[in-house]
Design a protein around this ligand. Structure first.
Ligand code: PLP
Length: 422
């Protein structure tokens, strides 16, 4: 690992960002594997082997990243047939892949079961029946997990997938209608349970309370249906500090609270051999990636300085606040190169993208050194829900580049032009 093993891509990396812009062009997403490695190591160390790590491909399906992860973490969670192709393209063996998603198509189920994926995560009785038919037709017994939706989710999550009417998983109240029949299906083997009920939490208390709730449900359901699970999935919900003033999660504090509960669970003979996994995406990839855009033009309009950049909402929907954010807040932005040793006055600037819509705004009133045409602006915490979660075809601007920075150099990680089979 290089000297840059921090959790953020700070100004100490501006020279590398300048090289990326000169070599690959902008707009660009730049992913730093040393930051990924540091975050993975921190996760592993905090829970001291109690959890496997399962990476949610939806957060960033870039094949170069998936390839980097292949020998460094345990499993991948896909959510579509397209993600299955991407995982396979990156060399992931099917037995280390799980498949979650609320509305799986028959063709996707067939592809996943035929490929021999390790775990199909069932979210309904419809899916259980369909998967059973497919498995029987191809002469397999498919290992499955049941995704359960708790009836409450603690306050403190950016988005919640349970605790209210929800398309995701089997409501815990509906377990008696779903679990006994699923257990009786000969083409399926129930090997464990899965809960993912909330995402983007920066509150350690809420995360601990949520995971404790999972433990209670896992114990209760396994006792009720006499299950000895091989795997239990904890949908992590670990958030990242997107905005100025947000506090980074204290992972070690979470571990200190929850590790004894995990140990207690493992002393129960029913769970002695069970492997526990944390399913997460943004915690790993978010801070390891930045979005780099170049100022194409500047404007002074009715008292405001505005910088117009070559990538905006089309390339980075999330940073414009249009990807599930209730109140638009600036991400953490800076001018690459800072204030040029004090030669640039600092003042508020609005950062706009190239689109003909007023929602194409990457920053409002951001205090930055004066921006000129040709300057580079970098946005932190953009390694998750980036290009694949953005309307990259809107107004037909160039797609953002993707670049992977490893200890051996910088590599072109573009893949958007080679879309997977779906
Ligand atoms: C089932 C499931 N797993 C994993 C994730 C990844 O979440 P995050 O990127 O917040 O870690 C999500 C996010 O919505 C999800 O719904």
């Amino acid at each position: 690992m290089s000297a840059h093993s921090s959790n953020q891509i700070g100004p100490d990396r501006d020279a590398e960002l300048q090289t990326v812009a000169a070599t690959f062009g902008t707009p660009a997403y730049v992913y730093f594997t040393d930051v990924l490695a540091a975050r993975l190591a921190r996760l592993k160390a905090a829970f001291a082997g109690r959890f496997d790590i399962s990476y949610a491909v939806k957060s960033n399906p870039n094949p170069a990243l998936l390839g980097w992860m292949r020998d460094r973490l345990e499993t991948l969670d896909i959510s579509s047939g397209g993600e299955l192709s991407l995982a396979q393209r990156a060399g992931w063996p099917p037995e280390r892949i799980s498949f979650t998603g609320p509305a799986k198509r028959e063709s996707e189920l067939r592809a996943a079961i035929s490929a021999g994926i390790g775990e199909l995560v069932l979210e309904s009785l419809r899916e259980a029946r369909l998967a059973n038919q497919i498995a029987l037709a191809i002469g397999k017994v498919q290992p499955v997990l049941l995704r359960l939706g708790p009836d409450r989710v603690p306050k403190g999550f950016g988005d919640q997938m349970a605790g209210r009417p929800s398309p995701f998983g089997i409501d815990i109240e509906a377990a008696p209608e779903v679990i006994p029949e699923t257990l009786s299906l000969p083409g399926l083997r129930v090997i464990g349970l899965h809960i993912y009920s909330g995402t983007q939490s920066l509150k350690a208390d809420a995360i601990c309370e949520n995971w404790r709730g999972f433990i209670t449900i896992f114990r209760e359901i396994c006792a009720r249906y006499d299950l000895t699970p091989e795997r239990l999935i904890f949908g992590a919900g670990l958030g990242i500090p997107y905005h100025p003033g947000d506090q980074e999660l204290d992972l070690e504090a979470i571990a200190e609270v929850i590790n004894p509960d995990l140990d207690a669970l493992k002393t129960d003979p029913r769970f002695g051999e069970t492997r526990l996994a944390l399913e997460l995406g943004r915690y790993l990839t978010g801070p390891a990636g930045v979005f780099l855009t170049q100022v194409l033009a500047t404007k002074h309009s009715r008292g405001r300085d505005i910088a117009l950049c070559d990538g905006g909402l089309n390339a980075n929907l999330a940073a414009t606040g249009n990807f599930g954010m209730v109140l638009r807040r600036n991400y953490i932005l800076r001018r690459v190169g800072g204030d040029d040793a004090g030669s640039r006055p600092i003042g508020p600037v609005d950062i706009a993208g190239p689109l003909c819509t007023s929602i194409d705004r990457l920053g409002t009133g951001v205090e930055l050194p004066r921006l000129d045409e040709g300057d580079l602006v970098v946005i932190q915490n953009c390694g998750a829900y980036g290009p694949s979660a953005s309307p990259i075809n809107f107004i037909s601007h160039p797609w953002p580049n993707e670049v992977l920075v490893t200890e051996t150099g910088m590599q072109d990680a573009n893949w958007l032009g080679q879309q997977p089979e779906r």
